[in-house]
Write a protein that binds this ligand. Structure first.
Ligand SMILES: [Zn+2]
Length: 172
């Protein structure tokens, strides 16, 4: 099973299997009430207009305030960042929705040049409507973003039109 979507501008799409999505959600659920984080690896499709995610690598969150922010463990992040398959970063929000915080946008400047995709999963029980993620009957809220470089040289996040609605999990 796989689902895919395309950004509202049509510039970037993402394909990710339900199996990989499930392993991401499990890691985020285990990390709760801290923010969970990890790295996404993949391959470009359509000459780089879309990305196929083929691996999720969970990463310890070494932030001293792990309930409010994330800091990727350099033991995982540094080798991961050297991989030609590095595609994106994922982290969770235990108390808010899957929208980037100001801190996230500030931190993005450190690695915006290296990634194409940015995924945020909300593990907030009130936001996700679902404490247990199994079965996808009530999938948690998550949002995919494309990483764009703005005119000022700052990296920004462009929300892709892939939503956490039940119907995104389509069978082949
Ligand atoms: Zn965040």
């Amino acid at each position: 099973m796989e689902y895919s979507g395309i950004g509202s501008t049509g510039r970037l799409g993402v394909q990710i299997s339900e199996e990989i999505m499930e392993s991401i959600l499990q890691h985020m659920r285990k990390s709760y009430p801290a923010e969970g984080c990890g790295i996404l690896f993949g391959k470009p499709l359509d000459g780089g207009n879309s990305w196929s995610i083929n691996k999720f690598l969970p990463c310890r969150n070494l932030s001293p305030s792990p309930g409010k922010e994330f800091l990727l463990d350099p033991k995982v992040w540094i080798p991961g960042s050297l991989s030609p398959d590095l595609t994106g970063i994922v982290h969770s929000h235990p108390v808010s929705g899957p929208e980037p915080s100001l801190k996230d946008l500030k931190q993005l400047q450190q690695f915006g040049a290296m990634i194409k995709l940015y995924l945020i999963v909300s593990t907030s029980p009130t936001v996700s409507r679902n404490a247990a993620f199994s079965g996808h009957k009530n999938p948690p809220h998550f949002s995919f973003y494309g990483v764009e470089s703005g005119e000022s040289g700052e990296y920004t996040l462009l929300k892709l039109s892939i939503q956490s609605q039940a119907d995104v999990f389509k069978s082949d």
